[in-house]
Design a protein around this ligand. Sequence first.
Ligand code: HEM
Length: 528
Amino acid sequence: MGKGKNNEKQNGQEVKRETLTTRQGHPVVDNQNIRTIGDRGPATLENYHYIEKISHFDREEIPERVVHARGSGAFGYFETYGKAGDEPVENYTRAKVFSGAGKRTPVLARFSTVAGAKDSPETARDPRGFAVKMYTEDGNWDLVGNNLKIFFVRDAMKFPDMIHAFKADPVSNVPHPQRMFDFVSRSPESIHMITFLFSPWGIPATYRHMQGSGVNTYKWVNDKGEAVLVKYHWEPKQGIRNLTQEDANAIQAKNVGHATQDLHEAIERGDYPEWEMFVQIMEDGYHPELDFDPLDDTKLWPEDKFPWLPVGRMVLDRNPEDFHTDIEQAAFGTGVLVDGMDFSDDKMLQGRTFSYSDTQRYRVGTNYLQLPVNAPKTAVRTNQQRGQMDHRDPRESGENPHINYEPSMLGGFKENGAERPPHRPTYNAAAMSAPIDRPNNYGQAGETFRSFEEWEREELIKNLSDALAVCDPSIQDAMVEHFTKADENYGRLVKEGIGQKMKELKEMSAEQTIPGRESGQSKFGQGT
Ligand code: HEM
């Protein structure tokens, strides 16, 4: 292989070109012509190279993520400050990723939109996923959140319906805002998130210019076994920039992948994006003094009561070497915690934790955790074995590879009783399917509406009015009622906006022409 005849002249210089091979390592002699009887065919079945080439191409795509399919990512590091605000971080958590000021942990971050398909426009009005995998010295930690700090629903049971409503009609595959508002009008806990989503915060200018948040409530556990509730946030050092619908339309007309391009090019030119990580900490418990449930992911924790404490920073300084290998096959999940962290009883967190690894076994494959992007940088010693594409290194199967079970007196791996997670108190209550007792669906939605700058409020009203104007009147009325409960002014402005937009649409429909070229003027087939 690699004989001299592969050399070629490139810009006047003799350049050595490696020989193309099959996946069996055989040199490819002819990559242009299939093997046929005579020069005009028919083709032969023994054409191994051709059949391998096409059959592999036929399987090139894995299923896209059922949500968050459109995304982009990069590698970098997390550097801990060793403190949470002014206090040593060890007071709250024994997680090693946060201890020892200046210590760096390698990370992979993936940003995404939610509802669109793998190549859908990145200008969509949609929450942005903000997922970070930290390859810590204690194994992997994934923080899988979004840019808006809260979520639409608080009970995992509602997630599949919510996503169906947000995606296109299953019959026609046509998207329509009525589907979303139909669902939302019957799910008033969504009003807070809808208020963010239809404001400019619903279209971040780029991935580099958006915040991130773990959204759900987790626990931190210190070495005395004491737990606190914790929420994580990421603040971009680049600043926060959002788009109006008009800005987004203009970008989308020219580029459906502007955010991926922006992230990739910034890292290529050495302008590494950076986010500071903050935590909010709350004593573990029910907190009757609050007008919301601390485990309700549709709520913000007020900053004046629960200040944002800086704990570290993340820098992304390396682009993926191959998008499929490093980003498409990356698998994040909320169950992936390390010692010093725990789940809270947040019902959404509990529900989603099952979903991630379940979908990844289907989307990527049973052994998805063996892929380099998903494997921890620490040793993996497990008796879980086999399955399709099992690629374990037999040298890592311990001193006695015969013992693939535990416990054993003969060898094999042994559980580490020393790092037993702390006991988590649970409430003395009957098992039930019931809503939480402090839903407070409107309070924070109103506060968020009033906190917006004027241009943000105007944009919110316009975007909601445009979308609701094409919905059924029963849905319009229900939504106006919800907005009014959040803030009277909010409801009034949306109602007026819908009326105005419907009038405009009526006038337009009277004189509407379908855009496009008349067929008589088509140049198709004229070689131009
Ligand atoms: C991705 C399920 C709630 C953020 C996914 C995926 C599934 C899923 C199946 C695709 C994962 C993959 O194929 O690798 C669920 C369920 C939820 C839920 C069942 C609720 C019951 C949430 C919430 C957030 C969120 C509340 C934000 C706080 C994300 C992100 C990704 C994702 C960021 C993309 C991860 C990546 O970049 O690969 N979710 N999710 N999800 N979800 Fe959720």
